[in-house]
Ligand binder design. Structure first.
Ligand code: LFR
Length: 481
């Protein structure tokens, strides 16, 4: 018998709907729908259009219930964003889009300056002005009436699940992206809630794989690892501690899974993100800008009638001069700039004294910049956790970017394994199958990964040039901190 489940993977730029089958030997996957993550702008802020997203999800569930006899559904999404429900369980307003905070952080500049260190010490994780805690601080200031009417806060996947079965629960992995949930003692942090005078809206937090309820035809609504990065990490076959893991998509989330935290001060100083894994352990990662650059440049160049697809962009980079430019891909200047290509040329020229002269050089500088940042994270983690990585495993859409995979392997000097591409959906499915009782442990589910997906291997061509470039990069951007 083949069991069928449906996974919804919500990404910042689009939603993927995956129909998966498991016959007891291997899993198969089919993307049956893709649609934009509907959103709009109002009052200078970006908002998710929740009704439209929910409608399309419901239609997919209905269609699959009739046609494929699915046993369950599960939703994962990016972290930090949330919606507020009133006492009737209805959404009070569409959820804010987290990247609005990258532009609007000036509105709560003083609050950030005054509280950032204190918050980071209560719950060590990466500071980003879009963490839920800062979004709520912004709500208090700009939209207090919304908070006053709120009875419950829920992450986006939990909001969808709530609308399907009427039960409100946050799920552990998403809760750890709020910087309000204290992952060390497993509770919402009352000190933070008190300090900012947040209302009493924080629901029970349940573990990944909780069955929240059932739809008609006995379809279970499962909360998988609802944070997409946590789901993606489930799709890595190897669990050994010597593997550095990279979820490579819009963001490049690179780091490792740990049993327990060590060296808190150092982790805070280095601004590592500390987030929950599907099995309750923690993930220490650096949240580096990833293929966001490629997506933005492609859009930007297309508007200027220079239509380009990703493979053309990568080809241009492949043939461009190596190590000509240099940027820190995490410089906030890039996120804020309206002419990204010019911003990259300007910043790189400031550092090297030489201008990038064509698209290929610009793209190559970005990809090299991502690889350099990963090498830095690798060395920092090796120091902090007193370990040596033996290999790298990459999952997510970036697996398709073979040039970047090879650069990461070359820059770090480590063999690199790449796949599956649909990491988050695969992890989502494994947790659903476990919730349905097909696997006793996540590990058991992972045993089927190698039989079900292709993983490509890269060997490092670790030239001295990379070392020289990296040392310069470190001197210029990193050693001053
Ligand atoms: C990736 C991701 C990252 C998080 C960012 C915002 O999709 O979930 O882990 O930092 O989105 O939540």
């Amino acid at each position: 018998m083949i069991v069928k489940v449906l996974a919804f993977d919500l990404g910042a730029s689009g939603v993927k709907v995956v129909l998966a089958g498991f016959d007891g030997e291997k899993m198969d996957f089919e993307i049956i729908d893709r649609f934009p993550t509907y959103s709009y702008e109002k009052n200078g802020f970006g908002w998710w259009d929740f009704e439209s997203i929910f409608d399309r999800i419901s239609k997919n569930i209905e269609m699959c219930a009739d046609k494929y006899n699915i046993s369950s559904i599960g939703i994962d999404s990016w972290g930090v964003d949330f919606g507020l429900l009133n006492e009737k369980g209805n959404l009070i307003h569409d959820p804010l889009q987290y990247w609005t905070m990258l532009k609007k952080d000036t509105l709560i500049k003083n609050e950030i300056i005054k509280n950032k260190d204190w918050i980071n010490h209560r719950i060590p994780t990466q500071f980003k002005p879009f963490n839920t805690v800062y979004q709520l601080i912004l709500y208090k200031k700009i939209y207090p009436e919304l908070l006053e009417r709120a009875k419950t806060i829920l992450s986006i996947p939990s909001l969808i699940a709530q609308k399907l079965v009427g039960i409100s629960k946050y799920e552990f992995t998403h809760a750890t992206t709020t910087q309000i949930f204290n992952y060390e003692n497993g509770t919402w942090d009352q000190e933070i809630i008190k300090r900012f005078d947040f209302p009493d809206i924080f629901p029970e937090v349940v573990s990944s794989g909780t069955v929240l309820g059932q739809l008609k035809k006995k379809i279970s609504v499962v909360l998988p690892a609802t944070h997409d990065t946590a789901s993606a990490f489930v799709s890595v076959p190897s669990n050994d501690k010597k593997t550095m893991i990279i979820s490579l998509g819009t963001w490049c989330l690179n780091g490792m899974i740990v049993e327990k935290l060590s060296n808190r001060e150092e982790l805070i100083k280095r601004n590592f993100a500390i987030e929950g894994c599907a099995d309750g352990r923690l993930r220490v990662i650096s949240n580096t800008s990833g293929l966001w650059f490629m997506q933005s440049l492609r859009k930007y160049w297309s508007n200027k009638a220079k239509t380009m697809d990703y493979s053309q962009m990568i080809n241009l980079a492949k043939n461009a001069k190596a190590f000509k430019g240099m940027i820190d891909v995490d410089n906030p200047f890039f996120q804020k700039s309206s002419e990204l290509d010019k911003a990259i040329v300007k910043e790189s020229a400031r550092v090297t004294g030489e201008e990038l002269t064509n698209e290929g050089e610009i793209i190559r500088t970005i990809l090299e910049g991502i690889a350099l940042k990963i090498r830095y994270t690798k060395e920092e983690l090796e120091k902090i956790f007193d370990t040596n990585f033996r290999k790298i495993h990459v999952i997510g859409g970036g697996v398709r970017n073979e040039l970047l995979c090879q650069m990461i392997s070359d820059a770090t000097g480590l063999p690199l394994f790449a796949g599956p591409i649909e990491g988050a959906s695969v992890g989502n499915v494994i947790i659903q199958l476990k919730a349905l009782g097909y696997f006793k442990t996540i590990e058991e589910g992972k045993n089927f990964l190698n039989k079900s997906f292709n993983v490509k291997r890269y060997l490092p061509d670790h030239s001295k040039k990379w070392d020289e470039h990296y040392n310069r990069f470190k001197e210029i951007f990193l050693l001053k901190s």
